[in-house]
Design a protein around this ligand. Sequence first.
Ligand code: BEZ
Ligand code: FE
Length: 290
Amino acid sequence: MNTATRDPEAVLTETVLDTFARTPDPRLRQLMQSLVRHLHAFVSDVEPTEAEWMAAIRFLTETGQICDGVVRQEFILLSDTLGVSMLVDAINHRKPGHATESTVFGPFYIAGMPDRAAGEDMAQTPGEPALVHGYVRDTEGRPLAGAVLDVWQTAANGMYSGQDTAQPEGNLRGRYRADDTGYYAIRTILPVSYPIPGDGPVGRMMAATDRHIFRPAHLHFMIEAPGHQTLVTHLFNAGDPYLASDAVFGVKPSLVVQYEPRGADSPLAARYGFRSGFHEGQYDFVLPRA
Ligand code: BEZ
Ligand code: FE
C-alpha cells in the first residue's frame, strides 16, 4: 500500500519516527522512537480537543514554573503520583529475595547534613520520642561496619526542614554510622503521616481525580557501604491509616515496622537518655554487593 492510500494519521506517526532513524546514539534513537509511538498512540486513543491539548500544555508549563531549584520539584511529584517513580525503582532494583527493598527517593533529601553519633537525637522540634535501631548486614549476614545511614523525616507538623523555613537547619536529618558489629541507633520522634505539596498543578490533578495527597508516616534512609548497592528506602509505621493508599505508591509490606511502647525504666532508656516513655522500632537492613 503506498502512503497516499493509507490513513494519514498513521502516516504522520511513521514520518515522525523516520526523522529519528539516523540518531547516532542507538539508545537515544530507541527512547525517542518509543516516546513518539506511545505519545501518538495516547493522542489517537483519547482524541483531545485543541482546548484540552492546550490545557495539558498549560499544566506541564505550570509544573515547571512552580519548581524552585531547592526543595520544590513538581516534576518529581508528578512522576511519583503517577506511579512512574516506583516503576523506575522496581526496574532498577530487582534485588535478591532477602535484600531490603527500596522505595521512592522523594524530593526532600538534602545532602551534607550533620554527622551524628550513635543514638544521638536528631530532633530539635517536639514530638513523641522514638528510637530506631538494628543492624546493617550483607546478604551473607556479615556486618557492614561503617555503613553510613543518611536519614530524614518530617517534624510533627508534617513538614521537612528546608521545606519549612521555621525549623532549625538539619532538624530531623543526619548521617549515622554503623559500628563494627553493623549496629546503628537513631534517636528521633515518631514519624507522622503528612500531605505532599498540594498547592500546585499536581495537587489540582489529585483533587480533580478524587485522590487524597497523604503519605503514611515514614522515616527515609539512604544507606551506603563500600562495595555494596546503595539502598534508598523508608521505614513505615505499622497501623498508619494511609498504608494502603500512599499518594505516591511507595509502601512495601517488608518496610512496615511496629513501634513498641517502652517505659523510662527500659535499659534502652538509660542507654540513650530517654527520661520518659518512648517508642522503639527495630529494623535490620540487608545490602547486596554492588
Ligand atoms: C517524601 O516521602 O518525602 C515524598 C515522596 C514523594 C513525593 C513527595 C514526598
Ligand atoms: Fe517523606
